[in-house]
Ligand binder design. Structure first.
Ligand code: 13P
Ligand code: SF4
Length: 308
């Protein structure tokens, strides 16, 4: 164990901290995690932890979500520049305009959004529970979904009975993954299955064997029948896939599918964050209270035994 890792572990104990890490983080950061997971799994962990401090190694909206659902805890984001370009593609004014145009619609926001957008929404979702969340709105025939048009398209394709109004946002990293990359990867690895993230373009999704959140991918590849897999998401996920399944073969669908924001967190920054208890993410009370409702409603759908 390196000196730095030993120091992080010591500080973690003295600060009563937990380190939550998203699946796209760099390997060294994944290796010091108390838990590595997708957005939904990390939100659930944040809502359940008894730690006093949560060090969130991911991007801003993830730490913000943790801060909203854990009001008594200190939530730290080791690099404040770690944002999500897709979350920044929507504004409250834009969402209000869409709501005014479709007053009967229920509003679902992707967790990749700011607290102010969540505060304007009926319920939140992640890539792991998006379809389940729409289905939970049994009485709604019209759905506004923001800000990811590709995830929205994927949801709409599974629920033709509902009318969707989508915001034109997208993930710049997943948008790089094109159908021709699948054609090429399949030619190189004819035995392999192709799994992609629902933030990918519809044309890319149409050629995949399975469409899954990053946590869903980690589960899927454990099946004994799956031994060679082409992975269509941010390349950071391949580290845990290979670590969990050393005898299986994983190929990135596109090596350039890198989210620069997810790579900003380093071991040094985690150490400084714990040492100085910086940088704390907080949300104004009123917005947090409204946003919490949308997040807790989502968590109740994904964990039916939990009351909101
Ligand atoms: P999940 O890990 O929740 O599938 O989401 C991917 C993502 O884009 C996080 O920014
Ligand atoms: Fe945002 Fe895409 Fe990066 Fe996820 S991978 S944080 S959606 S830019």
């Amino acid at each position: 164990m390196s000196d730095l890792v030993a120091k992080i572990n010591q500080l973690k104990k003295s600060r009563h901290a937990v380190i939550l890490v998203h699946n796209y983080q760099i390997p060294e950061v994944q290796d010091i995690a108390d838990f590595v997971g997708d957005s939904l799994e990390l939100s659930i962990k944040a809502s359940q932890t008894e730690a006093e401090v949560i060090v969130f190694c991911g991007v801003h909206f993830m730490a913000e979500t943790a801060a909203i659902i854990s009001p008594g805890k200190k939530v730290l984001l080791p690099d404040t520049h770690a944002g999500c370009p897709m979350a920044d593609m929507i504004t409250v004014a834009g969402l209000r305009k869409l709501k005014a145009e479709h007053p009967a619609a229920k509003v679902i926001c992707y967790v990749n959004s700011g607290a102010d957008i969540k505060a304007e929404s009926d319920i939140c979702c992640t890539s792991a529970n998006a379809i389940e969340v729409v289905k939970s709105l049994t009485k709604a025939n019209e759905i506004i979904f923001v800000p990811d048009k590709f995830l929205g398209h994927y949801m709409a394709s599974h629920l033709p009975e509902k009318q969707f109004f989508l915001w034109p946002g997208y993930c710049p990293t997943h948008a790089k993954i094109l159908p021709e990359h699948i054609t090429q990867a399949k030619a190189n690895h004819p035995q392999a299955q192709v799994i992609v993230h629902p933030e990918c373009r519809p044309e890319t999704i149409a050629l995949a064997d399975a469409v899954l959140s990053t946590g869903g991918m980690r589960q899927y590849v454990k099946a004994p029948a799956v031994s060679e897999i082409i992975v269509g998401t941010e390349v950071g996920l391949l580290y845990s896939l290979q670590k969990d399944n050393p005898h299986k073969k994983f190929y990135p669908l596109l090596e350039q599918a890198v989210c620069p924001n997810m790579k900003l967190t380093t071991l040094e920054k985690v150490f400084w964050s714990l040492e100085d208890l910086k940088t704390e993410i907080s949300v104004p009370q009123k917005i947090a209270d409204q946003a919490r409702h949308a997040i807790m409603r989502m968590l109740a759908v994904s964990q039916p035994d939990r009351s909101i």
